[in-house]
Design a binder for this molecule. Sequence first.
Ligand code: UD1
Ligand code: CA
Length: 463
Amino acid sequence: MKVPPFQALILAAGQGTRMKSETIKVLHDLLGEPLLGHVIGGALKSGAGRIVTIVGHQREAVEAYLSGHDASARLEVAEQVERRGTADAVWAARPFLEDREFEYTAILSGDVPTMPGETLERFFRETMESGAAVGLVTAVLEDPSRYGRILRGEAGVEAIVEYKDASEEEREISEINGGVYFVRTEFLASALSTIMGRPADNAQNEYYLTDIVALAREQGEKVFGHVVEDERFIQGVNTRADLAGAVAILRERINRGWMDAGVTFLAPDQTFVEPTVELAQDVTLFPGVYLGGKTTVGPGAVVESGSMIRDSEVGAEVTVKAHCYLTEARVERGSSVGPFAHLRPGADVGPGCKVGNFVEVKKTRMEAGSKASHLTYLGDAHVGEGANVGAGTITCNYDGAKKSRTEIGPGAFIGSNTALVAPVKVGKGAYVGAGSVITEDVPDKALGIARGRQRNIPGYGDK
Ligand code: UD1
Ligand code: CA
């Protein structure tokens, strides 16, 4: 049986005070995407046709994030004005329950970010196949701590009792409620109106969504409990320590996937690859590497320790030596970058090039085989094939008001400690003497030299 189109509600109204942050909890970053983004991603992967985020605290910030999200499903928002419990939160989305567009409604938490989409989809399908009105994900924990406890009888799950309401014996139960549900929409709407229509008569004076389970059983409906395959999938984020735990869970899953695909990690627990990155076979990643955004790394490339690469294209057989920083840059086949190089947006390094230590490159194309080996700034420049840019060369691309371009011809040789004052052009096969300040074009094959002539004063030391 295929899961029919369903909608997902994501609870995200709480501030998350235990994070001790100015930022609402669900917008905290987890490997390049906020927690909420991961939950939306899981809902999309499992096939949600509409996703309704229930907002409260920092509504504007959450909505701003949602409006920048290029999801393939409709993203909607419902506002919970007062935090009166999880049933009240879902109740805030009742227009989306009453329009009956979707036969089933999934309920997820914005702070449970590591549930894989495939696991969700399997759980949704099993709930449907079981014919249950309510499906919920449970886990059996060694330390069930303060989670809601699952009460099972002969016919399966009968109720959920919150920790604060539970008796001593009930607290002994190790099966807990993971807070992920898949519910027949019609039943959900009617159960919620029952819960909201009576006093919130419990230890927390909150309207409990978990009461839908007992209500289903009272009405002779089936409840399906899916014991999660890996208890880390339902791990919620409440504190910064939990957030670090979620990073570890996701990092381990991502890195394992790449190792299975033929990538070497010298220390997978010290290497971070955001889910949006693509790695080819035989890539080698040293400890302390962070790859983010839409980065791609080609076959046989090596990235050494301490390098951070974002939204960049690293070609086949490229070596990025230790401690480089690349953003929106491109490096073609067989080139070598670093150590300590900075490739900024628009750095476009051709094949077989060398960008050495303490070299910064911005909006510059370096053609095949060109080199800038030491202590150089290349900005708004074009470096011809095979050109050699000597140590300490600086393109003076900015006069305080506007940026200008520098053209270095193929095979040109720029002597050390040269300032190229843009706009300026060094011709094909031309030379520039070391220590020059070049303000005028150097013709093809010419030697341009622009510096004070050396004067030796004899006997000066005796004075
Ligand atoms: C809830 C469950 C509990 C389960 C646990 C799993 C209830 C009554 N209990 O408990 O059985 O074991 O989750 O993690 O549902 N929220 C709102 N508005 C509110 C209240 C909560 O949006 O008025 C959001 C929170 O921001 C959070 C989520 O709902 O994202 C869960 O709420 P929380 O208070 O953390 O539930 P628990 O007490 O942990
Ligand atoms: Ca609570």
